[in-house]
Write a new protein. Sequence first.
Lengths: 117, 514
Amino acid sequence: MERASTPPQATHEVEVLPDAVRVSLAGEFDLLTEQDLATWLGDAIRSHPGRLVEVDMHEVTFLDSTGIRVLLQAHGAATRQGGSLRLVRASGMVREVLDIVDVYTFLTGATEDSPRP
Amino acid sequence: MNSAAESILLIDDSAPKRYLLNSWLTRAGFAVTEAENGYDALEEIHRQRFDIVVLDVKLPDMSGLDVCRRIKSDPRTASTPVVHVSAHAVDAPDRTLGLVGGADGYLVEPIDPHELVATVQAVLRYYRARRKAEQLADGLAQLAETTLAVTMARDLTELLHRAAAGAARLFGGAVAVAARAPGAGWTTALASGSDHVTITGWEPPADDVPVGSRLLVDESAAWQLPAPWPDTGHLTVATARLRADRPPLYLFTAASDDDVHAQLLTQLTQALAATAEAQRAQDQDHQIAVTLQRSLLPRHLPVVDGIELAVRYEPASQEAEIGGDFYELSALGDQLLIAIGDVVGHSLHAATVMAEIRHALRAYAVEGHAPGEIVRLIDELMVQLLPGEMATLCLLLLDPRTGRARLANAGHLPPLLIVDGQVSEVWQRAPLLGINHPRPADLEFTVPAGATLLLYTDGLIERRDIPILDGVADLMRLAGDVDAELDLYCARLLDELTSPPNADDVAVVAVRRL
């Protein structure tokens, strides 16, 4: 009953651009939203095979290691299917944790010869 | 139910007729109150509750039909049945008007005494059945609400607290709910109203409770319930027991021989027993998981000359899932192996991955590899054999005699080095385990005599409302003052930085070079 009135902890929006699929995330990503995140990114990758999936992190207010694991797994899945996945607009707390586990450069695409955001 | 005489309000302006009707009804066992006009009747019916109203249609001050309409339109009296009596020769349309106006019966002069009594009894029988159905419906709605509240409880105490509050609302008066946690004593919630619940350690006396449901009315003295249980002569004891090898659940209420009470009490007790059992199973699972996880962590700390060691591991709270934090401290030849890590995820599965990583770490370390190589080998092992798993790890080899240390980090928070009260982070940025990315060379540094190294997992510093590096900064402010006893030091940091219930598990390792 308490839960019904609380807004969802995490949301996403998908936008198909000429050269990419943009998934804009908002809210808190942790153990509770891990499955949602995996589904959202998995769907974006599967429905646009071979395309670039751009994950906009601007509205993400919390990201923990379970969320990072999903991002890394989605990155792997996109690459295996001949596409790619890249984080954009990661800042503040999100950038900080990505730096601590040292995957910021990897997930933002700097190792894939694309310009840094 | 029929212990007290049912009450009738008799309204008629004719004294002889009042006398006559009164004597018939009194003889039939009813308690009769008289009123001679509509105004007095409405006064009277708001002063006390009547089981039924017998109402003359023609009154001096207002019509009996109006009096009836006012009784039926006031929520306080709407459920009181009304029987019209008419002294006049009336035809069908008049009687219809009376019944449409809300009357439950219509008698016309000449009135036969038997017909009057029979009509009043028939109307009352219908109202009793209706009231019971309403009570049961209300009771079932409240029962559903209580069951839901109880199911959402996080532990047995909260469950019993909510059960007692709900039962007090449902049955009125004092209630008590008692159940036993696995491997623990009884917990009893006593309520004297839904807002006044006290938790006590009262235990029911030895009692061979059968499997299934049992309901009995017993002397209060036999049960010795503690205050604030009222000192009444009798009480109702409902028990529900799901299996012979499970403890029963008790629900006590005031004594009652009402069958709606009995029905609701039995249903609530059964629902509570089922919920308490689910809670017990969940608590047991958590306990098993915590015990297993502890068994996967080092059992003893090594004794190393020139080194003082302390560790603290706090599992996540009962409500949270088990975490994957781990640490390792081993003497390997003349080196001390120190490691701390955190497997991503919260589950028993994460704990088993933790155990695999820890054992691999020990095996590679025994082979004599340098820290960076050990980390690289574990990373390779994870990619090959534990695909999809990820972990952070900080590993170092320390020479206790010289203080020379070699460190390899993999996405873990930086250890702190405390030298003469000065705290610094030992940063080496390198990717977490499980993605097989290139690593930097090992970081070499010296731990001076008297200095302390502090390793920790994110449970110690992570809070949703602050950036993680601010949490590290908070820890650094507290970490400079190293207690003489390292155990106290670890305990103090945990006390000051975490507040139960912990959403995450926490591991802290402190190493001092003497």
